[in-house]
Design a protein. Structure first.
Length: 133
């Protein structure tokens, strides 16, 4: 995890100095988020969660810069309150862009069917199953 930033805090704000117009900064921010907070299900759905609506909207804007199709929804946990979830559309274009941008970096699946595998390995398996290469 990045020590100075937590998407678990609903009051999380970004410093004004963060240049959102620079694609590389956007890619690094997306990579940090999906490496730490992102997941890929056994069915291939890529998603990420945050308590911060501001962060989810920021991620949405950044994904738009890379033309990665996605949706935002909300859900609630009794103990923790409202969460925001960003889902990426399963498509050849999205998978290839996500993989080329290396947005999972070297993170590991922490629960579910693929626990212990690298997230990007699971993505590659899904891409191979769908003949997306």
């Amino acid at each position: 995890y990045i020590i100075t930033f937590s998407t678990a805090n609903s009051k999380c704000k970004l410093k004004d100095a963060f240049d959102l117009s620079a694609l590389e900064y956007s890619r690094l921010f997306l990579q940090s988020f999906f490496t730490n907070e992102g997941s890929i299900s056994n069915s291939g759905k890529i998603s990420g969660d945050s308590k911060s609506k501001e962060i989810i909207n920021l991620l949405s804007n950044m994904l738009d810069k890379f033309c990665i199709c996605h949706k935002i929804c909300t859900y609630s946990k009794e103990k923790y309150g409202l969460f925001y979830k960003i889902y990426l559309k399963i498509s050849k274009e999205n998978y290839n862009k996500f993989s080329q941008l290396d947005l999972f970096c070297n993170s590991v699946v922490s629960k579910g069917y693929n626990v212990g595998k690298l997230k990007k390995e699971v993505l590659n398996i899904q891409m191979t199953k769908r003949n997306y290469f």
